[in-house]
Design a protein around this ligand. Structure first.
Ligand code: CO
Length: 134
């Protein structure tokens, strides 16, 4: 059921500084910053040979990651994103096993234009899991 690690998401206090750190210091290929008002975040994607790092910064007043940054002012790992080939099937199987899906429980379109959903961190060893259909 589970596929590749699509990305690791890190909430950062300073998106420009973080993008420069990955792009200039570490020499990675880094995207421009993209505002996603529907998700309340600004993102920068760092392309690595085998996966991506998604740098996240709060956007707007009701950003879902604002409280994370309050609790973790230096930033921190926010979630990992795993690929699945059929997100509805994966969701149904996980719910059957007792996992909780955040929000409405229905997949929504994520930062890459593909259906995603998030699983409760308490059901996954304290780690927020994003599933993305690819
Ligand atoms: Co993500």
């Amino acid at each position: 059921m589970i596929g590749k690690l699509n990305h690791v998401a890190i909430v950062v206090p300073d998106l420009t500084a973080a993008a420069a750190q990955y792009g200039d210091t570490l020499g990675a290929s880094v995207s421009d910053a993209v505002d996603l008002p529907g998700h309340g975040v600004t993102t920068v994607f760092v392309e690595l040979p085998n996966t991506k790092i998604e740098l996240l910064h709060p956007l707007g007043e009701n950003s879902p990651i604002a409280s994370f940054l309050d609790r973790n002012p230096a930033g921190g790992m926010h979630h990992i994103c795993l690929e699945v080939d059929d997100i509805t099937n994966a969701r149904d199987r996980l719910v059957e096993e007792g996992a909780r899906v955040l929000g409405s429980g229905e997949p929504r379109i994520g930062a890459h234009g593909k259906p995603v959903l998030f699983l409760h961190p308490k059901d996954f060893n304290g780690t927020l899991i994003e599933l993305e259909e690819v």
